[in-house]
Design a protein around this ligand. Structure first.
Ligand code: CP
Length: 301
């Protein structure tokens, strides 16, 4: 089984990942030793784009479960000599890993590798398409803090056009019964998702305000905004957050452009910001994903 998108998961599998992730958060906090359910398994990390959170949390998750982690430094790999993605998949598959965690700048790259690989392939973010484990960890973070996802109003604001996080969250949080509102600058709204250019309206009464990074590396034309202009027009400031529900929480998948899409006073607010919790939950959710995908024998001996 692979984890390529939110749609590749059944409702039961989503519930299993969230429930088990919940238990791993508590277990990781207590420092209780795990019984190494993935002992003897090998997880490959293959990251064609930069990452701090996803790469490290998959590595920590695998280690906590007793698996060995091997990370290919892509900048020193044969991809730099022109090897195709398909040939890289065939090469890595011949080493018989138990899971491949892949991040790639092209939409669909994990889905392209999956039929070539005998092991589980996990999408750790592909282009502007999907980042399913980010959405799963976001859902669990919300559930742990607010007690539920169903019925909540979740405003996802910023660079929607280039955001795989927005696409996966729009699918998952809607499936879990939330009202998802997407909003951002008109030039950063995509054709394939319904979004509004009015961030203030999206935040009105929201229970969760999730801000997204401007992905300047994916912009065809620079926004041409003056310093501070994006924050005042579209970013999350303490003043704008007052429009949200009184108990609203703040999220951001990271990395943050402080002072651009989010003001530091909001990002670092210990009462309202769930950003550090998102990272903690990320390890737990990825443990649950690895257990689900790799936990049973993947091939006969
Ligand atoms: N949220 C997220 O994907 O962060 P990284 O790019 O640091 O992995």
């Amino acid at each position: 089984m692979d984890l390529l998108s939110i749609d590749s998961l059944s409702d039961d599998q989503i519930a299993t990942i969230l429930d088990e992730g919940d238990r791993w958060v508590e277990s990781n906090r207590s420092g209780a030793a795990t019984h190494a359910p993935l002992g003897g398994r090998i997880v490959f990390n293959l990251f064609y784009e930069n990452s701090t959170r996803t790469l490290m949390s998959f590595s920590v998750a695998a280690h906590r479960l007793g698996a060995e982690v091997v990370t290919l430094p892509v900048e020193h790999s044969s991809a730099r000599k022109g090897e195709t993605l398909d040939d890289t998949a065939r090469t890595l598959n011949a080493m018989r890993p138990d899971a491949l965690v892949i991040r790639h700048f092209e939409n669909g790259a994990p889905a392209r590798m999956a039929p070539i690989m005998d092991c589980a392939v996990i999408n750790a973010g592909d282009g502007t398409n999907e980042h399913p484990t980010q959405a799963l960890l976001d859902a669990l973070t919300i559930r742990r803090h607010l007690g539920r996802v169903a019925g909540l109003k979740v405003a996802i604001c910023g660079d929607i056009k280039h955001s795989r996080v927005a696409r996966s969250n729009a699918k998952l949080l809607s499936r879990l019964g939330a009202e998802v509102r997407l909003a951002g600058p008109p030039m950063l709204l995509p054709d394939d998702l319904h979004g509004s250019g009015d961030v203030d309206r999206a935040i009105e009464g929201a229970d969760v305000v999730m801000m997204l990074r401007i992905q300047r590396e994916r912009l065809e034309n620079d926004l041409g905004d003056a310093p501070g202009e994006y924050l005042s027009r579209y970013g999350l400031t303490a003043e704008r957050l007052e429009r949200a529900a009184p108990s609203a929480v703040v999220m951001h998948p990271g990395p943050m452009n402080r002072g651009v899409e989010i003001d530091s006073a909001v990002a670092d607010d210990p009462e309202r910001s769930l950003i550090p919790l998102q990272v903690e939950t990320g390890v737990a959710v990825r443990m649950a994903c690895l257990r689900l995908l790799v936990g049973s024998p993947s091939r006969p001996v």
